[in-house]
Design a protein around this ligand. Structure first.
Ligand code: UD1
Length: 314
């Protein structure tokens, strides 16, 4: 495998054909970077990066945990930075398949760190999750695996002089998030169901809060962390800094479908977090990042058929 060289930064994105990965690839290409992706297409979709491939993006459709795949790509491409987004992202899935969760999250992150450090990569940006929050430790399997991954990266940063940034993303929503996928978030699910004139289900009383981040903002935060040389190692929250209750989300989505059916209430999900506790200050200070798309705006973009299909946008 060989890659062309040019003067822009070379960035490797794992999970590149996924929801957040593909938006990140698009943004990096817009800015003029040279981008290669790895995705085994178990969750990602080739169509998400179809337009990117016409703009010079190259996709290696293989499992990064398979022997030699990552080493080959890194040796040939020699990325300046790796944005590591491949992994299992659904909270419920991680509870159901704890071994798979550890393999796809912890083992994969360790491999990315080892291979990148061994081949002189200077920077890793890791797609962590707000699910790591919890005192003294995260409650669920996903949060624990993400936190362990962060610690592995910290260790590598300490021992190898790499910069490792863990971007703990809040509830990301937007086009290309598959509403049927186990990791689909409430905004995408509500929008999809309302579009199909189906009732939405509110788990619990709907007063639980979340910080919702538009996927374009998430991609921008990841891009900044990967491309700004002054950004130091450590964890930061990539979030909007604004919280909404699930009832508010329901009201907002349903305002676009005034004749739609009323929501249905169901018992709260076991171990559902009541309130989001993310903090935008570190991302502002270190990346100069603040979210630019409100939930109202993001929803309009998601629902308006002129802007993009829910499942797979152009
Ligand atoms: C989400 C992510 C997770 C991420 C984490 C970061 C999932 C599916 N999504 O979990 O990957 O790491 O944020 O903090 O794991 N709800 C309803 N009706 C629905 C769907 C959801 O009422 O049809 C409620 C849920 O009970 C919850 C809230 O909406 O209270 C948000 O749910 P969800 O979008 O699944 O996100 P998180 O559980 O916060």
């Amino acid at each position: 495998m060989s890659f062309d060289r040019d003067s822009s930064l070379r960035i490797l994105v794992t999970g590149a054909a996924g929801f957040i990965g593909s938006h990140t690839v698009d943004l990096l290409l817009d800015i003029g970077h040279d981008v290669v992706g790895i995705d085994d297409l178990s969750r990602g979709h080739r169509v998400n990066v179809k337009a990117a491939r016409h703009r010079g993006f190259r996709l290696v459709d293989d499992d990064l945990l398979c022997s030699g795949v990552l080493a080959d790509v890194i040796t040939s491409f020699q990325p300046d930075a790796v944005i590591h987004l491949a992994g299992l992202t659904g909270i419920a899935e991680a509870e159901k398949w704890p071994h798979r969760n550890r393999r796809l999250n912890v083992d994969a992150t360790r491999l990315v760190a080892e291979v990148a450090a061994g081949r002189g990569v200077r920077r890793i940006v890791f797609g962590s999750s707000a699910a790591v929050s919890g005192e003294p430790e995260p409650k669920g399997e996903l949060g624990r695996a993400k936190l362990e991954s962060e610690r592995i990266l910290e260790e590598f940063a300490g021992n190898n002089g790499m910069i490792c940034v863990s971007a703990r993303m809040s509830n990301v929503y937007g086009s290309r998030q598959d509403p049927e996928a186990p990791q689909a978030g409430v905004v995408t699910i509500f929008a999809d169901r309302c579009k199909r004139r189906l009732p939405i289900t509110i788990f619990g009383d709907g007063t639980q809060t979340r910080d919702f981040l538009a996927v374009q903002d998430a991609a921008r935060g990841l891009m900044l962390a990967a491309t700004r040389p002054e950004v130091p190692s450590g964890a930061l929250d990539l979030c909007s800094g604004t919280t909404h209750t699930v009832l508010e989300v329901s009201k907002l989505v349903r305002s676009h479908f005034p004749k739609g059916p009323k929501p249905v209430f169901a018992p709260a999900r076991p171990a559902d977090i009541t309130h989001s506790t993310v903090d935008p200050s570190r991302a502002l200070e270190q990346l100069g990042f603040s979210a630019s798309i409100s939930l109202e705006e993001g929803l309009r973009g998601l629902i308006d058929p002129g802007v993009g299909a829910l499942r797979r946008a152009a």
